[in-house]
Design a binder for this molecule. Structure first.
Ligand SMILES: NC(=O)c1ccc[n+]([C@@H]2O[C@H](COP(=O)([O-])OP(=O)(O)OC[C@H]3O[C@@H](n4cnc5c(N)ncnc54)[C@H](O)[C@@H]3O)[C@@H](O)[C@H]2O)c1
Length: 340
């Protein structure tokens, strides 16, 4: 395990022995597993530890809400969970963010372990302690910072993941490379998506995020670079959330990165050449043929971004491949022009 990785994270080849060890140390009075219909079918059979109960929720971003949390809290109560019980969140970023939030607030906090089962949750959502739910259509509007007891990552879960979901996670791998690691970008740019070796790339991508989080755990400063692509990405994700064509998180971030590169190039932060190089690569991976909303349509979502202040909408924008600026104030006229 690389020394860059947080102490609570294990890249595991033996999921059951690693999970058993963690359970032995905790010695919980009850063990509950949170799943959705897909992780119940594809991932739960991989776990050979005995559990007291399973809580099943519906999969999908549209269920990452307080209403679903109420269902989880109600079931934890009915099962008789105490502050000494353990919740195992088995699933993607939705289960990890929401299950972690539900556990952190149940009786003021019960321990939880995250077993991320999507590429996106393995390289991104399970690291850094951000937990929460969407609220009134706003992404991750209600939440807390809290680390799980441990995160156990096993790439074997990815075998059943649909390609569209795999590509969604790949967007965060691209992001990590672009904000901090030009060498990793070179590797990605040389290989086609189909030829990426996940066992090689996942630990590297995790270590980039972990390093940034360690520098600034509560996002006062440098951690904001992890939001590159996310100001517009989250606004697009929220805009399409309840439409007939919802975007996956990573797809929204891929689009966000393209548009934010155009902004960075317009304001003279990023060279036109690098912006074009990155955007060509992203377009080659994703099928992004959709009718984009204009600035007016996205404005209310953009104004809710957690990085904003009284002066306006603040972006994390690339300065060059491998380096990212944060808190960049962008004029509305520039945004209107890019988001036509
Ligand atoms: N906390 C953070 O720092 C952070 C960072 C990035 C993203 N996120 C959040 O993560 C969420 C997106 O996560 P996601 O992309 O994992 O989506 P997701 O949790 O919705 O999972 C995607 C789909 O894959 C299914 N699935 C999960 N594992 C599977 C497997 N092994 N085989 C087959 N199907 C499987 C799920 O049931 C779901 O249908 C968003 O809500 C986003 O806001 C959080």
């Amino acid at each position: 395990m690389s020394s860059n990785l947080p102490s609570y994270l294990t890249i595991s080849t033996e999921i059951n022995s690693d999970l058993s060890k963690a359970i032995e140390t905790l010695n919980p009075d009850k063990i509950v597993v949170l799943v959705d219909e897909n992780t119940k079918k594809y991932c739960f059979p991989h776990l050979h530890v005995s559990v007291d109960a399973q809580i099943e929720i519906q999969s999908g971003e549209q269920y990452k809400t307080l209403e679903t949390c109420i269902k989880i809290w109600t079931q934890l109560t009915a099962i008789g969970c105490s502050r000494k019980s353990l919740l195992i969140n088995l699933g993607g970023g939705v289960i990890g963010d929401m299950g972690g939030f539900a556990a952190s607030t149940y009786k003021r906090g019960m321990p939880f372990i995250n077993i991320p089962t999507t590429l996106l949750s393995q390289v991104d959502a399970s690291i850094g302690g951000k937990l929460g739910v969407d609220f009134e259509g706003l992404k991750n509007h209600i939440g807390v910072f809290q680390n799980p007891v441990c995160v156990i990552i096993n790439t074997a879960f990815l075998k059943t993941l649909p390609e569209r979901e795999l590509k969604s996670g790949f967007a965060e791998i691209i992001k990590h490379a672009l904000i901090r690691d030009a060498e990793q970008w070179e590797y990605l740019n040389r290989h086609s998506f189909e030829k990426i070796n996940w066992n090689e790339i996942i630990p590297k991508s995790i270590s980039i995020k972990s390093k940034v989080v360690q520098e600034d755990p509560f996002e006062a400063d440098a951690r904001k670079i992890l939001n590159y692509g996310h100001t517009i990405g989250h606004a697009l994700e929220s805009h399409f959330l309840n439409s007939d064509t919802p975007l996956l998180h990573g797809e929204a971030i891929a689009l966000g990165m393209i548009l934010e590169n155009e902004i960075a190039a317009t304001v003279g932060l990023l060279s036109q050449g690098e912006s074009a190089e990155i955007n060509e690569f992203i377009r080659s991976v994703y099928n992004l043929n959709l009718q984009l909303p204009n600035y007016e349509m996205l404005r209310s979502h953009l104004l809710q971004d957690k990085k904003n202040d009284a002066q306006g909408i603040r972006f994390s924008l690339l300065k060059k491949i491998g380096a990212c600026a944060h808190d960049v104030l962008v004029e509305e006229t520039v945004l209107k022009n890019i988001l036509k």
